[in-house]
Design a protein around this ligand. Structure first.
Ligand code: SME
Length: 158
């Protein structure tokens, strides 16, 4: 496939509806996890311009930083710690409208104001998380949850 993304203006749902098939095309038939996580991060960052988009992967009972786009980030996160560790422990998506109001939030960047973390679940186990950070409060909602969960659902089946 061509490497250029088609980036649009529009409602949040319209932006997801345009970028999702492009992400699917990028990862379909490619078995390499690192390559796919890298392209998913890049495509989402390019469409939405969020502060930070990336992955942490479960390795020996810690989350370890994986492919991402944005400022340098914390390398390791323990289970239950921060939004990422909590999403891992609970095996559920966490939408955080104001990171300062989330007990134990880990401030990798002082610019981050709101966040969404989606666990990557495969065969009933959390294998990692997709973490997205915004410089604005209240950036993420049910629309983000729905579309980002759809994308993460492709990761171990592409
Ligand atoms: N804020 C996250 C840590 C990861 S960075 O935002 C990239 C957390 O509380 O888990």
């Amino acid at each position: 496939m061509a490497e250029d993304l088609h980036i649009i203006q529009g409602t949040k749902a319209e932006q997801y509806e345009t970028i999702l098939p492009q992400i699917k095309a990028l990862i379909t038939g490619e078995p390499d996890l690192t390559a796919n996580l890298a392209n998913i991060s890049a495509a989402l960052k390019e469409q939405f311009g969020w502060l930070w988009v990336g992955f942490y992967l479960v390795k020996e009972d810690e989350l370890v930083l994986g492919p991402f786009q944005g400022p340098v980030a914390c390398t390791r996160i323990r289970k239950g710690r921060g939004v990422c560790g909590a999403a891992w422990e609970r095996a559920e998506t966490l939408v955080v409208p104001d990171v300062e109001a989330f007990p134990g939030h880990i401030a990798c960047s002082s610019l981050s104001r709101s966040e969404i973390v989606i666990p990557l679940i495969h065969n009933g186990e959390v294998k990692g998380v997709l973490d997205v950070d915004s410089t604005d409060l209240n950036t993420f909602d049910e629309t983000d949850r729905r579309f980002l969960e759809e994308i993460t659902g492709w990761i171990f089946t592409s």
